[in-house]
Design a protein around this ligand. Structure first.
Ligand code: XBP
Ligand code: MG
Length: 236
């Protein structure tokens, strides 16, 4: 029986990639004196790899192969990524990124229905805190029983590991939960963890393959929530 909703963050709760993560990466590059610029089209290609540190490495492997890597390359990537997180959380604090339509309503209904909730994401934990605090309110992170994020598991989405970890923490089986995702990497991860999955598409992911989804929506509805469609009367 349905007991829990598991939420991806980027692209699902909010459209954070184009106007949040992408400019934050560019600000970090500029601060470090690098002339790299990730425009919207390039960023769409870089989204093939999840995780910010992993994405920087992917960029250098595929799109900027002439860059001479510094000796302590791991620290270099970590430093760049820490700066990116600083800029990203600043952008969130400025309140520039709203939740996607229907998300707040869905979360409120889920709480009213005593649904258990978790966040399951490849992004950095600080970024989740910054988004939730600046949209749903100061204590909203506590509504989520588990924040499964960032480097908690080494193999990020599309691997199922982060969903497996969240389910284990909550002592749930996959049949007890539904995942909310927006991307190919996201649904590969949730489906590999045997979870029913509801997709809300966005500009970067509308061409992705969602044939494994249980439901594909443009956005969450303001009135009738998708988990009631899949689970019958969740208000029971
Ligand atoms: C989205 C991602 C992340 C962010 C960057 O994850 O792929 O890598 O773009 O985050 P999800 P960090 O949709 O699973 O939330 O730079 O903090 O790694
Ligand atoms: Mg996503």
């Amino acid at each position: 029986t349905l007991q829990a909703l598991l939420f991806d963050v980027d692209g699902t709760l909010a459209d954070t990639e184009r106007d949040g993560h992408r400019p934050a990466f560019n600000m970090a590059f500029e601060e470090a004196g690098l002339d790299w610029n990730w425009d919207e089209a390039l960023y769409g290609e870089l989204l093939a790899v999840t995780g910010g540190k992993e994405r920087i490495r992917f960029y250098l492997e595929k799109f900027n192969t002439t860059f001479e890597k510094p000796e302590n390359f791991d620290d270099f990537v970590k430093g760049l990524h820490a700066a990116k997180t600083k800029f990203y959380t600043q952008l969130m604090a400025e309140g520039k990124i709203p939740l996607r339509p229907g998300v707040e309503n869905l979360i409120n209904e889920a709480r009213a229905a005593n649904m258990r909730m978790a966040v399951v994401t490849t992004t950095t934990p600080e970024n989740v805190t910054a988004l939730l605090e600046n949209t749903l309110g100061a204590d909203s992170e506590s509504w989520f029983e588990v924040i499964a994020a960032g480097d908690i598991v080494p193999a990020k989405k599309p691997a199922p590991d982060i969903y497996d970890w969240a389910l284990e923490q909550m002592n749930l089986t996959p049949a007890d939960a539904i995942a909310f995702e927006d991307s190919s990497n996201g649904i590969q991860s949730s489906v590999a963890a045997n979870l029913k999955t509801i997709i809300t598409i966005n500009e970067y992911t509308k061409e992705d393959d969602f044939s494994a989804a249980d439901l594909v929506l443009d956005q969450m509805g303001e009135e009738s929530n998708p988990f009631t469609v899949l689970a019958g009367d969740a208000h029971g």
